[in-house]
Design a binder for this molecule. Structure first.
Ligand SMILES: *Cc1c(COP(=O)(O)O)cnc(C)c1O
Length: 418
């Protein structure tokens, strides 16, 4: 009876439906697979936006689109949201709201601070910094050297830490500012910035720090640490990309005199003209608020995972840590795999996002300037991998990374033996 009713066309239609359903399921599986498979251990390069940050931003990308500088009530409402974000940042770093200046990120903030202070002060010409700084600092210093600045680089030890005595010897009446990053992006090494700022202040110089890897991740209070200027970036602590800012001390005795880089509408008290990136600023504020509350919890969880990963990987023969273990941020493990080319290892770790921190220029690949500054030769510097964990790293990620790295190292070592 059944067989009679089921004609040929109906059968074909049924088959067709089954085929389509299969195809849809396959696509879905593919998608799930693709999003699940990436293990992201490159949080020092950038972080995934926190969904709560995205939610906070959404109204300012849609209905609340008014210009924060407009005087109608829609503009005023948007400006209130900017003020709230400024408050969240000032809470996070422990400063006054009038000391927070929004920029497009840390690179711009570093340029503003270094160039703005240099051109704002005539009496002192020297900037003291480290070879292990981010290229945003080093390259800006090089640019200022052409404008007549004297740039003094202080060497670091093989563990990445700076010798305070060497800074003491270097400072003089000509020192305009000492610029030392808080947390190194490649090794995670934490410099003794409170002590460095004291040395700078005793010489009548400003103290500036690139705190991009610190703000939102570890406590970073400007008064406790004696910071006169710092920069931060939203995308390094689960906020959006393209937004960040500078802290510029407005209180004595180290009130900073600064000239703007950008001229125009006089936004940000004339320090940074340009229509405010309101959705970005709101997201940045939300990210700061979340970090302020959850920093400790994040640290405990991430540190446990990082320590586990690190101790597992150190069981592989011919491995060592780059950077001191006592003064290092909880999310970073920079590990050297002797005799292994880091680019080959990164390629071997297909689905795992890690970094070797080496800068690729047009046609040559330079070894990490941070590791060579720590006294490593090119071969040593080329065999380092940076694992940087974050809020969304899971134990499962670490378990798989451990297995995959072991496998890849073994394969590469067998290949080079042949
Ligand atoms: C990422 C980073 C920067 C650059 O920040 P952007 O906001 O991306 O310009 C500068 N310094 C350090 C230490 C960083 O990690």
């Amino acid at each position: 009876m059944f067989r009679v009713k089921l004609g040929f066309t109906t059968l074909m239609r049924l088959l067709w439906v089954i085929l389509i359903l299969n195809k849809i399921e396959e696509e879905l599986q593919n998608k799930l697979y693709k999003t699940q498979i990436m293990i992201y251990l490159d949080n020092n390069a950038t972080t995934k936006i926190d969904p709560r940050v995205l939610d906070a931003m959404m109204p300012y990308l849609t209905d609340n689109f008014a210009n924060a500088a407009s005087t109608h009530k829609f503009g005023v409402a948007v400006n209130d949201a900017v003020s709230l974000a400024r408050k969240s940042i000032s809470n996070l770093i422990g400063c006054e709201t009038n000391e927070v200046f929004f920029t497009s990120g840390s690179t711009e903030a570093i340029n503003l601070l270094l160039k703005g202070v240099f051109s704002g002060t005539k009496e002192r010409k020297e900037i003291i910094t480290l070879h292990t700084e981010h290229s945003a600092v080093i390259d800006t210093c090089s640019a200022l050297e052409k404008e007549g600045a004297k740039i003094t680089f202080i060497p670091v030890n093989s563990n990445g830490l700076v010798d305070l005595e060497k800074i003491k010897e270097a400072v003089s009446q000509n020192t305009l500012l000492v610029c030392v990053m808080y947390v190194n992006n490649e090794t995670g090494v934490i410099q003794p910035i409170k002590e460095i700022s004291e040395i700078a202040h005793n010489a009548g110089a400003y103290f500036m720090t690139d705190a991009t890897q610190a703000v939102g991740r570890i406590p970073c209070k400007v008064d406790e640490l004696g910071i006169d200027m710092l920069c931060f970036s939203g995308h390094k602590f689960y906020g959006p990309k393209g937004i960040g800012g500078a802290f510029i001390r407005q209180r004595r005795p180290f009130r900073v005199k600064i000239n703007p880089l950008l001229h125009g509408g006089g936004h940000e008290k004339g320090i940074r003209s340009g229509t405010l990136n309101v959705p970005g600023i709101v997201g940045l504020g939300k990210a700061a608020e979340i970090s302020d509350k959850e920093m400790k919890k994040d640290e405990e969880r991430i540190k446990e995972l990082r320590d586990y990963l690190e101790s597992s990987l150190l069981q592989i023969e011919g491995t060592s840590i780059n950077g001191t273990s006592e003064h290092r941020i909880y999310n970073t493990a920079n590990i050297r795999f002797n005799g292994i080319d880091s680019d080959a290892l990164i390629m071997g770790l297909d689905d795992i996002a890690v970094s070797n921190g080496s800068a690729c220029t047009a046609n040559s690949i330079e070894p990490s300037h941070v590791l060579t500054a720590m006294g490593q030769n090119d071969e040593e510097a080329f065999s380092a991998i940076r694992f940087s964990l974050g809020r969304y790293t899971t134990l499962k990620d670490i378990e798989r990374t451990k297995v995959e790295v072991n496998k890849a190292v073994l394969t590469l070592r067998t290949m080079t033996q042949i």
